[in-house]
Write a protein that binds this ligand. Structure first.
Ligand code: HEM
Length: 227
């Protein structure tokens, strides 16, 4: 059948040629494993463009547009979380053992440049957030204490929430991925880059915007539960 304009636009032939042929799959779950890893790379390119635009919007003081974009990028991480859950359901541990023997050492997603770029781009938003706080003589605790109704900084409150939501979605993916690892290779088996779940748990503890999460404590410093 002649190639349609739709397939030409997608470079569908070329794109799908990167999938293993059905007869070469070690098990059906390999279609899901390779497919999800490939989809993740595509999704990270989409997230990274959104983060780049978010940065530009903040530099141009278009805070509401930045809030909107960050929310959309966060939702894409939700898709990655769901895919990790699908793999936990789909991959039979003994099948994955066969896949791993074939992949060999060193081929870990921990080396994905697009994943690392997503982290760099997200962290690049923090100085822009702090600069805007300084511009309006604000601090995070001050912003937290302002009532949503009478604040003149509604946009900054929305940005604070959007950054928290983005960070949460990334951490949520990290948790789903951690359970995928527990369920497929266990918590004492080294990964393709030599890390066990200890490495992943340490990484999970590193928020993208740690000062933001820590600032919530400041609200409760003088709080005493009523008798
Ligand atoms: C059965 C499937 C999987 C297993 C057993 C697994 C296992 C691991 C392990 C052990 C690590 C630590 C580094 C290493 O030694 O490799 C790691 C890192 C990583 N994996 Fe997976 N993984 C799986 C699937 C996935 C999928 C589907 C994705 C993406 C959607 C993914 C994304 C990542 C990322 C981004 C890292 C680096 C994490 C960081 O630096 O914080 N993994 N994986």
């Amino acid at each position: 059948m002649a190639e349609t304009a739709y397939e030409r636009y997608l470079s569908a032939d070329k794109m799908l040629s990167f999938q293993k042929k059905e007869e070469d799959l070690i098990c059906d779950g390999e279609r899901d494993f390779q497919g999800v890893q490939q989809e993740a790379e595509f999704i990270w390119t989409r997230i990274n463009l959104m983060l780049k635009r978010t940065n530009e919007k903040l530099q141009a003081s278009n805070v509401w547009e930045a809030v909107d974009l960050l929310g959309q990028a966060a939702n894409l991480w939700g898709g990655l979380t769901q895919k990790s859950q699908e793999l936990l359901m789909r991959l039979w541990p003994n099948d994955f053992l066969k896949i791993r023997k074939m992949i060999g050492e060193g081929a870990s997603t921990a080396d994905s440049p697009r994943y690392h770029e997503s982290e760099r781009l997200a962290r690049s938003l923090w100085p822009l957030f702090e600069n805007r706080l300084a511009k309006y003589s604000l601090t995070i605790p001050k912003l937290l204490q302002e009532e949503p109704d009478d604040t003149g900084h509604h946009d900054m409150q929305a940005l604070l929430k959007a950054m928290m939501w983005y960070d949460y979605r990334v951490q949520e993916f990290a948790i789903a991925h951690l359970y995928l690892v527990f369920g497929v290779i266990g918590d004492r088996t080294a990964g393709l880059k030599g890390g066990t779940t200890d490495f992943l748990i340490n990484r999970y503890n590193s928020y993208l915007f740690p000062k933001l999460w820590d600032s919530i404590n400041s609200l409760y410093v003088d709080f005493k539960p009523s008798q």
